[in-house]
Ligand binder design. Structure first.
Ligand SMILES: Cc1cc2nc3c(=O)[nH]c(=O)nc-3n(C[C@H](O)[C@H](O)[C@H](O)COP(=O)(O)O)c2cc1C
Length: 375
């Protein structure tokens, strides 16, 4: 029996949790309450957000940390597919997405892993596809990252084509491609609805062509909302041009407190205790290999990279945080992830004070239809 995958609900601004599987989450801070990313903390957070009706959990697949003086930012990372399996078994309604590097995961293995996740969660799995950008991480894996985006995405395209064919084909088939030569392959089980929601976060031209061709959800930073309005329109038009509908999502970092002064004071406090060495390594890598953050804006957002990895700042009272989320809705975003310095300590206040405001404003209405009907 499958149940509704919250990623497939229409007319609802989606809210998810991002990077809770990584030590420090999204904040490059050294404060003692920084996120530990242990399994027990992840399980508590997942059950809390599941009970609160959030839509999805999105992990980061990371193989080496960014380093730093006092911390190794995102150096402690729970592996995303096994993490998703555990959480799908321990939750009831939230979607749990696995993040997969195409170059590090054989597509035949990945197709079966995702189908297995979907069975564990009765139809609540999702797949975030990473085509590669972090060269030192590739070196650590014994892989070399192609310099050209065109090559990275050609590989990713064939990878997802193999996965989709395995999910769609009943019998055995051969695959004779550029990157994969497969003999007598098949995949059983298959995802509950034939496939799972696909996510991508490309920033480059080649990456975005890949995303609109394949993904249901494209993540992009929300730094300048005037720019986001045009960006979202252009992405939706690009998707419509290939006969597809793609939702554009973003990521946000929350510091919510009863008064604006308290929220700002905590923001200033933890940002002042940033591990600047780790931050500089993070920013340098973003410049070197990826186009996920527009490079003209990247230099301006050093502080917000420290505060929440460049996520849209939601700092203030519950009303102010809800206003920030409303601005994302008005810009055309279909949803956002949330991160906190300490997710488990801070999410309950967001749940109790911000979610009711969003519901009152009609931003979290659920329509009964879904994109893919349950089987
Ligand atoms: C929401 C989101 C999730 C991401 N997840 C990962 C991840 O898990 N692992 C990773 O290496 N990169 C991750 N990235 C980075 C993107 O995959 C990377 O920025 C993208 O490949 C760079 O774009 P480009 O290839 O078009 O230059 C994520 C980015 C965003 C915005």
């Amino acid at each position: 029996m499958s149940i509704q995958n919250p990623m497939l609900r229409k007319n609802r601004f989606k809210l998810g949790i991002f990077a809770a599987n990584c030590s420090n989450g999204m904040s490059v801070t050294t404060v003692p309450e920084r996120w530990d990313a242990s399994w027990d903390s992840n399980l508590r957070l997942a059950q809390m957000t599941d009970d609160a009706g959030l839509d999805f959990l999105l992990p980061i697949a990371r193989w080496i940390g960014y380093g730093g003086k006092a911390i190794n930012f995102q150096g402690g990372v729970l592996e995303t597919t096994t993490w998703a399996a555990g959480l799908l078994a321990a939750t009831r309604q939230i979607a749990v997405i696995s993040t997969v590097h195409t170059a590090a995961n054989n597509p035949v293995v990945a197709a079966k892993q995702i189908a297995t996740l979907d069975q564990i969660g009765h139809g609540r799995a999702g797949l975030n596809i990473v085509a590669g950008w972090n060269a030192p991480e590739y070196a650590a894996l014994g892989l070399s990252l192609p310099a050209a985006h065109a090559e990275r995405y050609a590989y990713a395209q064939e990878w997802i084509d193999v996965v989709q064919k395995l999910w769609q084909t009943q019998g055995v088939f051969d695959w004779d491609g550029t990157f994969f030569k497969l003999k007598g392959v098949h995949s059983d089980p298959k995802p509950m609805r034939g496939r799972v929601p696909l996510v991508n976060a490309a920033g480059s031209g080649e990456g975005r062509e890949f995303a609109v061709r394949n993904a249901d959800f494209l993540f992009t930073p929300a730094i300048d909302l005037t720019r986001s309005i045009d960006e979202i329109k252009a992405l939706k038009a690009q998707a419509a041009g290939v006969g597809r509908d793609v939702d554009v999502l973003t990521f946000a970092h929350v510091v919510c407190r009863p008064s604006e002064a308290e929220a700002k004071a905590y923001y200033d406090h933890y940002v002042a205790q940033t591990d600047w060495e780790a931050l500089d390594a993070l920013v340098a890598l973003q410049f070197a290999h990826a186009q996920s953050f527009p490079h003209d804006l990247l230099a301006m957002i050093r502080e917000s990279m420290a505060a929440g990895h460049g996520g849209f700042p939601l700092t203030g009272t519950p009303e102010q945080v809800a206003d920030g989320i409303q601005k994302l809705v008005e810009a055309g975003f279909g949803g956002t992830t949330l991160s906190f310095v300490n997710y488990v300590d801070e999410f309950p206040y967001f749940r109790d004070e911000v979610l009711p405001i969003l519901e009152k404003r009609g931003l979290r209405t659920v329509a009964p239809t879904s994109v893919l009907e349950p089987v």
